[in-house]
Design a protein around this ligand. Sequence first.
Ligand SMILES: *Cc1c(COP(=O)(O)O)cnc(C)c1O
Length: 405
Amino acid sequence: MNVNELVTAELARLEESKTFKYETALQSAQGGVVKVGGKEAVMLASNNYLGMSNHPAVKRAALDGLKKYGYGLASVRFLTGTQTIHLELEKQISKFLKTEDTILFSSSFAANVAFFAALTNEKLGFENYRDVIYSDRLNHASIIDGQRLCRPESTDKKIYNHCDVADLERQLEEDKTKAYRIRMIATDGVFSMEGDLAPLPKIVELARNYSALLFVDDAHGIGVCGKTGRGTAEHHRVLGSIDVYSGTLGKAIGGAAGGFLSGSVELISYMRQKARPYIFSNSLPPAIVCATMEAFRLLNTDKSIVRRLHENTAYFRKEIQALGFKILEGIHPIVPVMLGEAAIAQEMSTQLLKAGVYIKGLWYPVVPKGEARLRAQISAAHTRKDLDRALEAFEKVGKKMKIIS
Ligand SMILES: *Cc1c(COP(=O)(O)O)cnc(C)c1O
């Protein structure tokens, strides 16, 4: 079979089912306002929550890191890929999250792919064993792929309904008397399609009651949620009760690349020995390491950054509703504007770009049928004027399309 023909048919099918992912090239740096097709647009579709992507101090730190420590290490961590700055950043992250230790990865995707298999595929002194992982139905693709690497002959993979702690509890109770070696609960801190937060207080309680390890991927939470940006756990006042965090350096904290796992000394030491995407893949480039440290430093010292993100989010949520749009209620800067039919979301996103707003739509099969939406993402990089410009465009296009009156 000719492979080009095979994939061409699939590409056509994606086009037909409106799931083909088009890429729009920015002509500027990431920011509150970007340049697209020669025109300015308010950016409502990036994870640049804190405006660090193009922050002068972050860029300066990257340049300084480049000058002092070079472009790259040409090595993995355990050969010659560890510089003092890598260790410093790991310490800084542990301190920030109030964990014991942290291990850096090239991305959070890599961290998630590493984590589950590194534990479940090792005998750890057992000849026969079974592990079980309970996973939220809407967990990120990288968690799903990470769990795919766990051998089915020794790992039970169970899905609980989205944020449904009763369903989770029912499954934990059902398995209570089974002789599992490791029990694990895995959840996103914030779910990116809905902008909703995992019910961590109850999940923490269940993890304790059923002796399960609690894994929280807080990619959209760290730097975003909580008064000091420590994430979903800070928002829910359970900071210090999460066994393992996965986090990204590619969203709020810098926005370039990189990820990490953070947890107990023992678990992180173990990951350095067993996490394959860590052992067999290059260490993070110095420019990124130094820029990330500066991003954390800024977050720690300038309280106005997170505050501005929270104020901008509250403002946008209030005003977009005042215009008559239906949104999913919440507190997160991910604001889903619900439109119903996919065609309407597609048309509206096109019209909004013409009106100077960059925003992306989500529709079936990414979200349930009839729940097509535009997903706005608010940033500390937005000025009030940027948000007002975006809201005006929403009003104009919304009226023209008769979505609001
Ligand atoms: C974005 C995201 C990731 C991937 O992060 P990268 O560092 O870009 O690989 C992982 N998990 C969740 C929940 C995410 O939202």
